[in-house]
Design a protein around this ligand. Structure first.
Ligand code: NAD
Length: 340
């Protein structure tokens, strides 16, 4: 089966490409390198031991996107990762996010319709839940008012796909990721965003490399066991493998117009303070940290009820927090000592 992965050179996309190839799929990608590096193509070829083909085009350009479908012939399914992903930036530049994330989705769906591609997997996010009342949060939880234009593109994206699936007798899964971290065991792929990522790990590792004097934990007066926010960290390889399983599962479903939502989280709530301690322990390091004020828009606590993905997709979040912390630090050291 041939799968088109969009954003296949990005963080989660690149891990998924490897997983799909290992499971016997033929994979092509569309990625314009707006947040990834051209060198990832060669790395993916060498890790997978196959020539990996990426089309460096912008999905917001419908004509170029169509040409890929025309050139490639039969495509059995699309896994759509390509999007901009920074919450803070989306607040400052909402149009950039609505334009890129929604136009690319509309164009890829238009191609699916025209070229009769019936299986679609979408990268959504736990940000659609906002501050959930009941934890762990399951897929039935009503969606909250989006906290940012980024989260809003995921809410709207899910809705667009639900409507599309109904109208065009397709099948889709909406995968709501919690907090992906870590890197591939080969040591050759990991997160290497073009733009300095404002997430917790890049700040934490930059502190260890001496860029900041201390790592400031935003808020320690939340109503959580140690006062810091609680998140659900999940190894990127586990997230990647869930896509392969979701695609296989979709292929087995006989029903037309099927759209199923799955949470992809470990199911464990880990506080930011616990994360910092786990990181130090896993890597035998000492990090200078302190507590600062809360950050606007931060959800207090969220972690997944992942039973649906376990039951239907036969998926397990197999890798431990320790493995996440070690591989994240190994990868960070590598990209800061070598020009990849
Ligand atoms: N990483 C996370 O913490 C996280 C959490 C929840 C959801 N997600 C979602 O998962 C998906 C993948 O995230 P990621 O962390 O791998 O991000 P990423 O930025 O590493 O990868 C996205 C890739 O898409 C490409 N891209 C973006 N817009 C494009 C366009 N118009 N045309 C062609 N290529 C384009 C970028 O160059 C990049 O390589 C995104 O949809 C993101 O919103 C990520």
């Amino acid at each position: 089966m041939k799968i088109l992965v969009t954003g296949g050179c990005g963080y989660i996309g690149s891990h998924t490409v490897i997983d799909l190839i290992e499971e016997g799929f033929e994979v092509i990608s569309i990625d314009n390198f707006s947040n990834s590096h051209e060198s990832v193509q060669n790395v993916l070829s060498s890790v997978s031991k196959r020539a990996f083909k990426n089309y460096a085009i912008d999905l917001c350009n419908l004509e170029s996107t169509k040409q890929v479908f025309e050139k490639e012939g039969k495509i059995d399914g699309v896994i759509h990762f390509a999007a901009f992903k920074y919450v803070d930036e989306s607040v400052r530049q909402p149009l950039k996010y609505y334009q890129n994330n929604l136009n690319s989705l509309l164009n890829i769906l238009a191609c699916c319709k025209e070229f009769k591609v019936k299986q679609f997997v979408f990268s959504s996010s736990c940000s659609v839940y906002g501050n959930a009342k009941l934890l762990p949060v399951d897929e039935q939880c009503p969606l909250a008012e989006a906290e940012s234009p980024y989260a809003q593109t995921k809410v709207i994206g899910e809705q667009i796909i639900q409507d599309f699936v109904k109208a065009h007798q397709s099948k889709a899964t909406l995968l709501r990721y919690f907090n992906p971290v870590g890197a591939h065991p080969s040591g050759l792929i990991g997160e290497q965003a073009k733009q300095g990522a404002p997430n917790i790990f890049p700040r934490l590792t930059a502190t260890l490399r001496g860029k900041y004097e201390e790592f400031v934990i935003a808020g320690n007066d939340y109503p959580t066991p140690d006062g810091t926010c609680v998140r659900d960290y999940i190894h990127v390889c586990d997230i990647a493998h869930a896509h392969t399983l979701a695609f296989k599962w979709l292929s087995q479903q006989k029903e037309d117009s099927l759209c199923e939502v799955f949470n992809l989280g470990s199911g464990n709530g880990v506080s930011v303070l616990e994360l910092v301690k786990a990181f130090q322990e896993a890597n035998s390091l000492k990090l200078n940290y302190s507590f600062g004020p809360r950050r606007e828009g931060d959800v207090i606590a969220i972690y997944a009820d992942n039973r649906k993905a376990k039951e239907l997709l036969k998926w397990e979040a197999a890798k431990s927090l320790n493995e996440m912390m070690q591989s994240a630090w190994e990868w960070d050291k590598k990209i800061h000592t070598e020009a990849i």
